[in-house]
Design a protein around this ligand. Sequence first.
Ligand code: V47
Length: 357
Amino acid sequence: METALIDIKKKVDAGLRISESDAFALLSSNDLLSIGMMADTVRRRKNGDTTYYIVNRHINYTNVCMNGCKFCAFHKKPGDNGYTLSLDVIREKAVEGKAAGATEFHVVGGLNETLPFSFYIDMLHTLRDVDPSIHIQAFTVVELAFIAEIAKLPLDETIRLLKEAGLGSVPGGGAEIFHPDVRSALCEKKISGEEWLAVSRAVHKAGLHSNATMLFGHIERKEHIVDHMSRLRSLQDETKGFLSFIPLVFHSGNTEYTGIRAPTGSELMRMLAVSRIFLDNFPHIKSFWIMLGLKMAQLSQFFGVDDIDGTVTEEKITHAAGASTPENISRAELVEMIEGGGFHAVERDTLYRHIKR
Ligand code: V47
């Protein structure tokens, strides 16, 4: 083992928290197997050899977005040829999801100024009416901040009304990279890192869980990654409201960064492993197989990951940016992928309760 890693391993073995400079050292090391072993120690302590998956259905209700983030190939500017799904189409997609056994609707869209607050409430009612037992995970905290503006209501009240209409939890998107040097280049119109964290705090205060993402593999540097994870770790110390951390791999197709060097396989595994070691207060680390690819997602189980997300169906955001993975996958294929790596596949609901079929 590299000497720089020996003291870090001692901390991990003793269950102690690693520092920001430790995380930086890990991100700078090529000793992938040692880093993987440390991540595996944390993973097994928290989740044993279980790898979770979920039967879910993604619904992207609009791609019209006023933010115009440079990394995003999914959005259309207001006035261009974007789409907004009608409530009837949303209902059809939800009915399809229910027929396929979904336990979660994952609902995310752009910031579309033409939609009134009532659209969001009606959409939640529509989904809830399809099957009230299916959990609705909807609206990134970026959308929540925007919906509050549209509603002309305080954020807390907006969240309360959405919760009353069926919102069950909040997905982790929109975090990107918090550091202003990167954020101002990638997505200058988006809420700041501080605001993203403040809205997440409000979500947790309202009694809802949420996830946290980080978009990596573009113009960020190691110090930005450490800063991002450190801010998340501090907020989680305070609220304990995050369920999972999801490092999202940037896909450059059809974006302003087309052709930028993509992370290598070992860089992907190192990023996941370091997040597992550093974020000692996050119960779960998720690798989104759609972005990672099936084979890398299988390997990620050895690098701290205990959740490979779900059956998804109709993934629009990464596929707009050139993802070569399928847009959906069956339960059987997910189980085969997990168990093919020697791990124990457990179907979960959104809140990580085990599902018995
Ligand atoms: O916030 C946008 C990212 C996110 C690209 O909470 C891109 O369980 C890669 O957050 N290349 C939305 N990524 C998706 C998301 C998510 C996905 C799965 C599960 C969960 C969860 C959350 O997608 C955006 C942005 O960070 N994104 N464009 C791109 N070109």
